[in-house]
Unconditional design. Structure first.
Lengths: 184, 819
């Protein structure tokens, strides 16, 4: 997949909505390779500049867009995602003045692209307290149903400390001597 | 988990307001609202940003940790310069969402009064996970680094809590005995006991089995012995397999008959022995020829005796009658001549007696006269003494008694008798006079006593003399008897003379009598011997018949010997049979006992074997159970490793990476926790870096620039906060960017935005850079309904306006872009 498409796909997954080109702000029309707005708890406006877009022109358009936003007293944060070869430093600076710049670069790797876009993407937290599933549950699962039933008392004793476990183990083994027939 | 759509309002904002009075750099009494998702505090250095944040810290936790580290008495320095005490008061919303205005706390030199708004877990969470003060940022990685000492760092503690491995650790430790059979034995007493029992049973069984074998062998031996014995008893009708018991033996052998036969044989032996004895004594007796001789001698002796009698009969009768008239005893067992001869001895005895009697009489008569004289003398003396005594008694008697009695009544010198004054009399007083009188009487008394003694002596003497006379008198014969004795004496003497002269022919007579007796005895003897011979012969013949031996043609003694030997042989034959029989019975009884012992032992062994099998099965079962317990140990170890790996790689490292990468997107080395060696209790870990390519690099300290190191610390702080359920969903940063370079302001702002908007944490940030503050205001503008931003701007100490400038900015939908 082309990096540009990857970018769009990631942003889409993160809840950004693609704007139709061209889009209008305060009466002025703007066109880029892609533009998206965040939905949900964010007001981000993201402009995606692909590898073939002319950098200089892009910078100028961005400047214009910012002015338009300012005039409407918009507080939307603007982010520019640059895919492909970075522009010369001067252009870069101009872009950075008006927006947050995320430099995806030439890479194809989805992970690298994702890293570059990180600030726009939600922070995925694994199940809070990754060990929130009680460890004993995992243990019981490992033992299998029949295995776990047999040693249920030992596992139960775990909540009361290692001495209780030792005692439960002793009881478990000693139970062998309680049956008079010597069979299970 | 991304967004909690529902968790918008209340619980996202635990802090609601803070009131500070004279606290640190803040003069006066101010109340600042905190009721927003983001609170930005700006002010130049020294304007009070830290005061505000530490005031919040004090109100929530009861201490200012960064100051507490430096000075135990920091409370004294908390009031504003010149004030005695400071106060803080905070409003918080609890988990249920209700807002509490907590009681004001005051602090001063005397210490802190009032209790903090947070307790226990919430307090700890705020201190460690929510609030990052300036002092800590620089030291974060240092604090988090595992130290060589065994003290668990707070991070390690946190991670261990995060891992929640207590229970697994309990299983791992509690089951470690299952790994080693020796430890298992120590813990599981019954197992060790069972093993011991097993060993002991095995050895018992071994021993019993060998005993059993011995018993079997011994039984076999004895059975063959018994068989032999039965052969001897010629009881061949027993089959070899027949079990011989004492009872069955008794049935087949008539012990009584055997006994009878033996007794008969013994009797025969006795009889034959007796006959032999008789036969031997017969040899010693006179033969038939001798018998004839004896008869002739007897006749001759008879004739001689008869003629002697004729000659002397008369004299004998006469002498005897004289003896009788003298009362001389004659034994009548013997013949008359013998009697007379014996008489001589008695006669001399009688003579002697009579003579003695006469002699005694004479002596006694003389003695009596002497004694009589003595007696007369003594009696006279006795009389005189008695009269003297009477005299003395008369004078002594009552006078002494009377005078003594009188002495009692003497008082002074007046005589109790005549009432005259004795002092008129010469020679002492009345009492002494009386006493002298009494003394004299006493003297007389002494004499009296002496006399009495004398009298007693004399009485004894006379008594004795009288007795002597009696004694002597006994030997005195009365006249009649005296005469008689004299007469007897002379008659005895006459008889004696007669006997002397008859002695010769008396002896002859006795001789003749003796010869006759002897010859008669010989005759009888011979006749008896003859009879005996006949009897013995008959006896032998009878026994010969009984024993069924033909003795015809043998001499008597030969026949006897043959019979005797035969009978003896029979006796020993029967005896030995009896012995064999008894022994057989004995042996059979022993065998019986042994067989039952054998049966018992066999049963015991069977029971032992059964028990052994049972025990073996139990021990096997115990081992299986041990194995199943060990599988729990293994599973716990595996689960533990798994959890650790998961938490570290998936949870901690992943979040850290995500946060770090957002803050420092150009850094190729991403810090991470090295996978910890899952030790016994707590995990310990190292910090390392991972290149974007996946290769593991050195520690962050080695691989990152100072600035990125701070970024690593900051991102770690944030990721630790995010790793757990937020007990206090609040992040408070005191100028975090100050010591970071290469931080893209935009990156930082975006991260804060994510934390507050997407992850619903209330964020308080204090910054001193104007640019950053402005940018943050923009970046952190309210983005949705109910979202709010509060800005607090503090002037410098020198500025005129001393009140903080507070703005509350609420959400306004953006109209610029058509949605």
């Amino acid at each position: 997949m082309q990096p540009l498409d990857t970018v769009l796909a990631l942003l889409d997954q993160a809840g950004f909505r693609l704007l139709e080109m061209p889009f209008v702000i305060g009466g002025a029309a703007f066109e880029f390779d892609a533009a998206l707005v965040a939905t949900g708890h964010s007001q981000d406006l993201v402009v995606v500049v692909g590898p073939r877009a002319e950098r200089q022109r892009t910078a100028e358009m961005l400047g214009g867009m910012n002015r338009a936003l300012d005039m409407l007293a918009s507080r939307r944060p603007v982010t520019v995602v640059l895919v492909g070869e970075p522009p010369p430093r001067e252009t870069l600076r101009r872009i950075q003045d008006s927006a947050r710049l995320l430099n995806v670069g030439d890479t194809d790797s989805e992970e690298a692209i994702g890293d570059s876009l990180a600030v726009l993407l939600p922070l995925d937290l694994p199940q809070a307290g990754a060990a929130s599933a009680p460890p004993l549950d995992g243990l019981v699962h490992r033992l299998g149903k029949s295995g776990a039933d047999e040693v249920a008392a030992i596992v139960r004793a775990a909540t009361q400390g290692h001495e209780a476990v030792r005692a439960a183990m002793r009881d478990h083994v000693e139970a062998a001597f309680d049956s008079s027939s010597g069979t299970t | 988990m991304t967004v909690h759509p529902g968790r918008l309002e209340v619980i996202d904002r635990p802090l609601r307001s803070i009131r500070l009075a004279n606290f640190r750099s803040i003069p006066g009494d101010i109340r600042l609202p905190l009721d927003a998702q983001v609170i930005l505090v700006h002010g130049p250095n020294g304007s009070g940003k830290t005061s505000i944040l530490s005031g919040i810290e004090l109100a929530l936790t009861g201490e200012v940790e960064s100051l507490a580290r430096l000075d135990d008495h920091y409370f004294a320095h908390l009031p504003h310069h010149g004030e005695d005490f400071a106060a803080v008061e905070i409003e918080v919303a609890d988990e249920a969402g209700s807002v509490q205005r907590h009681n004001m706390m005051t602090v001063g030199p005397s210490g802190l009064k009032g209790s903090p708004a947070l307790e226990g877990a919430r307090r700890r969470f705020y201190s460690e996970r929510s609030y990052l003060d300036q002092f800590s940022l620089g030291r974060l990685l240092e604090i988090y680094q595992h130290t060589e000492t065994n003290q668990e760092s707070s991070l390690e503690r946190f991670v261990n809590e995060l891992l929640g491995l207590d229970e697994l650790d309990a299983l791992i430790e509690g089951l470690d005995d299952t790994l080693d059979i020796r430890r298992l034995r120590k813990t599981v007493d019954r197992f060790a006991e069972a093993e011991r029992n097993q060993a002991s049973l095995a050895s018992q069984r071994k021993e019993l089995t060998s005993q059993l074998r011995n018993m079997s062998d011994s039984i076999e031996t004895q059975e063959s012995q018994l068989a032999e014995m039965l052969n001897d008893l010629t009881l061949v009708e027993f089959g070899a397999s027949e079990l011989l018991t004492p009872d069955s033996l008794a049935e087949h052998v008539d012990a009584a008959q055997l006994s009878d036969r033996r007794s008969q044989a013994v009797a025969a032996v006795d009889q034959l022995t007796e006959l032999r004895g008789r036969l031997m004594s017969i040899e010693a007796r006179p033969s038939q020829a001798r018998l004839q001789e004896a008869l002739e001698l007897r006749d001759e002796a008879k004739v001689q005796l008869d003629s002697w009698w004729t000659e002397h009969q008369a004299s004998i009768s006469e002498l005897l009658s004289v003896a009788q008239s003298l009362n001389l005893a004659v034994g009548d067992q013997k013949s008359e001549p013998a009697q007379l001869l014996d008489l001589r001895a008695e006669l001399s005895l009688e003579l002697e007696q009579s003579e003695a009697s006469l002699r005694q009489h004479q002596a006694a008569t003389e003695d009596t006269a002497t004694i009589q004289q003595e007696l007369e003398t003594a009696r006279l003396r006795l009389l005189s003494t008695s009269s003297e005594i009477d005299n003395l008694e008369a004078s002594v008697g009552t006078l002494a008694t009377g005078l003594s009695a009188l002495m009692e009544h003497v008082d002074g010198e007046i005589c109790p008798v005549c009432d005259r004054d004795f002092s008129e009399m010469p020679g002492g007083g009345l009492r002494s006079h009386l006493a002298a009188k009494v003394d004299r009487i006493a003297e007389q008394g002494d004499e009296l006593r002496a006399r009495r003694e004398e009298r007693s002596g004399l009485e004894r003497q006379t008594g004795e003399l009288e007795r002597r006379i009696d004694l002597v008198n006994r030997s005195v014969l009365p006249d009649v008897e005296f005469e008689r004795t004299k007469d007897r004496l002379s008659r005895l003497q006459a008889l004696g003379a007669d006997l002397e002269s008859a002695t010769r022919w008396l002896l002859e007579g006795v001789d003749a009598q003796g010869r006759l007796r002897e010859s008669e005895a010989n005759v009888i003897d011979g006749e008896q011997a003859s009879q005996e011979r006949e009897e013995v012969g008959r006896g032998i013949a009878e026994l010969g018949g009984q024993l069924n031996i033909d003795i015809s043609g043998r001499t008597t003694s030969d026949a006897l010997e043959v019979l005797l030997n035969t009978a003896r042989d029979q006796v020993s034959a029967y005896a030995s049979q009896q012995a064999t029989y008894t022994a057989a019975i004995d042996l059979a009884a022993q065998l019986q006992e042994k067989r039952s012992e054998l049966a018992e032992s066999t049963k015991t062994i069977a029971a032992l074997t059964y028990r052994q099998d049972e025990l073996d099965a139990q021990i096997e079962m115990a081992k299986k159970r041990r194995d199943s317990a060990r599988s729990v140990h293994t599973a716990a170890l595996d689960e533990r490793s798994d959890i650790i790996r998961r938490v570290f790689t998936q949870s901690l490292n992943k979040v850290w990476r995500d946060v770090f990468v957002r803050l420092a997107p150009d850094e190729v080395f991403v810090p991470a926790f090295g996978l910890p060696q899952a030790g016994r209790r707590s995990v310990s870990f190292d910090l390392q870096t991972i290149h974007r390519s996946g290769q593991i690099g050195g520690s962050p300290g080695a691989m990152l620039s100072a600035g990125n190191l701070n970024t690593a610390a900051l991102s770690l702080f944030i990721s630790l906060h995010l790793a757990v359920e937020p007990t206090v969903p609040c992040l408070v940063f005191d100028d975090p960017v100050q010591s970071m370079d290469e931080v893209h302001v935009a990156q930082f702002a975006a991260l804060i935005r994510t934390l507050s908007k997407q992850l619903s944490r209330q964020v308080v940030i204090a910054v001193h850079e104007r640019e950053l503050f402005d940018y943050l205001c923009l970046e952190l503008s309210p983005a949705f309904q109910n979202d709010r931003l509060i800005t607090i701007q503090l002037g410098s100490q020198t500025s005129s306006s001393r009140e903080p400038f507070v703005e509350l900015i609420d959400f306004k939908p953006d109209l610029a872009v058509a949605m």
